[in-house]
Write a protein that binds this ligand. Structure first.
Ligand code: SF4
Ligand code: SF4
Length: 328
């Protein structure tokens, strides 16, 4: 397509100008995105078996163009089938990247029962990662990587990833403004704090509870007080009137699904200027729900919390994509 011209068709920003460096259940790969909860399953490959080697960018964009052509022709890339991120829009069709997910590490200082690493925590904590910094530097040098999209981390725990501070500093320095860092919250990070204070970084902490006991049942580490303390510290770094700390709550039916636990979570957030809230549902329960609709009560609970958050006037309350699928 000619530079500066756009074309209307159904696609998504990740398919068009995103990339995910992944290492985990499906091996170490470069993919279009990190979403696996679409009915099509996501997981669309650009390069398989990738371990930090130099990238042939011509080949990279050639592969991305093939996926784009499927969308342009009115079809849907198989992995993207039914994905809620597909939208009709005017796409510029240019070869560049403005959105990156760093998901190439799996080591974590937490031990959530719902985490994909639970199937073999020892192995995931030892799994080798690679230094992504030279790749990102190369992308900037070639003007392949441009500000304007979203930078995110998967993992693994980013704050214990070797080179994390240097990587995050680079994005902050390059003027990226939409950087999301999910963290267990167990290790406090000065560079995240800096990004919060400039409004460029949002830290996302899935506390999933409002008590020490529930936290321990889910996370299987005794760190509730540390995480609460760090969340408050991050919230204090926010500029007045701006919000860059997200508190997430993943409902795990039977464990943390009482109104009381959720109400206390809302109260804690309100009291500590944590105004960005995300409510989610545990993945294996969602899969079961899709098959045989086991517990409609959870849908009522989600509606209740949504209503309550509205009454409390939070700056932003969102359902995560998995929770949204319950109502679709
Ligand atoms: S699975 Fe969804 S988010 Fe990922 S590239 Fe496809 S449409 Fe986009
Ligand atoms: S904090 Fe994230 S990466 Fe770590 S165990 Fe929990 S879900 Fe997994």
């Amino acid at each position: 397509m000619e530079e500066g011209r756009t074309e209307k068709y159904i696609s998504c920003k990740w398919l068009e100008s995103g990339v995910c460096f992944d290492n985990g259940v499906y091996g170490s790969n470069i993919k279009l995105c990190c979403y696996l909860s679409a009915p099509g399953g996501g997981n669309t490959m650009i390069f398989e078996n990738y371990h930090g080697e130099k990238i042939d960018w011509n080949r990279f964009f050639e592969i991305k163009r093939k996926y784009r052509e499927i969308q342009k022709s009115g079809g849907t890339v198989e992995g993207c089938r039914g994905c809620i991120f597909l939208e009709e829009s005017d796409w510029d069709g240019e070869d560049y990247i403005d959105s990156v997910i760093f998901d190439h590490f799996t080591r974590c200082n937490c031990n959530c029962s719902y985490c994909y690493t639970d199937e073999n925590k020892k192995m995931y904590n030892k799994l080798k990662t690679y230094d992504i910094y030279p790749i990102i530097k190369d992308m900037f040098k070639r003007n392949i990587l441009r500000a304007g999209g979203a930078i995110g981390f998967g993992g693994g725990e980013p704050t214990i990833l070797p080179g994390f501070d240097k990587l995050l500093s680079l994005f902050i320095k390059k003027g990226f403004t939409n950087i999301r860092v999910p963290s267990s919250g167990i290790k406090y990070s000065r560079i995240i704090e800096k990004g919060i204070s400039t409004g460029q970084v949002t830290v996302v902490i899935s506390i999933d509870s409002s008590s020490k006991d529930t936290y321990k049942k889910i996370k299987r580490v005794d760190a509730y007080n540390t995480v609460i303390k760090n969340m408050i510290k991050y919230a204090k770094a926010q500029r007045p009137g701006f919000y860059n700390v997200t508190s997430k709550y993943i409902i795990i039916p039977g464990i943390n699904d009482t109104k009381e636990e959720l109400e206390n979570w809302l109260d804690f957030c309100k009291k500590n200027y944590i105004e960005l809230l995300v409510l989610d549902i545990e993945n294996s329960w969602l899969t079961k729900y899709r098959e045989d609709k086991p517990d409609e009560r959870i849908l009522d609970l989600i509606r209740y919390v949504e209503e309550k958050a509205k009454e409390m006037n939070f700056y932003k309350f969102e359902l995560c994509d998995r929770a949204k699928y319950l109502f679709n």
